[in-house]
Write a protein that binds this ligand. Structure first.
Ligand SMILES: [Zn+2]
Length: 70
């Protein structure tokens, strides 16, 4: 059952394929706290669901932003 929805592209997908920004806890840099603040500014919370494509997009975007600030 495709009953989860990506907050960005609005595509429907399976619950087991949900990605959230909580996965960035495992990224070395930027720090997780930095990521949380970055996404908060975009109106994204730790509980929002995303598909894999959009999560990888945000992963790259946030990394770019992080690098431009240091
Ligand atoms: Zn998406």
């Amino acid at each position: 059952m495709k009953n989860a929805q990506c907050k960005k592209c609005l595509n429907k997908f399976n619950h087991k394929d949900i990605y959230t920004i909580q996965q960035f806890q495992y990224r070395k840099e930027p720090t997780y706290q930095w990521s949380v603040n970055y996404f908060e500014e975009l109106g994204i919370s730790e509980w929002d669901s995303f598909c894999e494509t959009c999560m990888s997009y945000y992963s790259k975007e946030s990394e770019k932003e992080w690098k431009s600030k240091i």
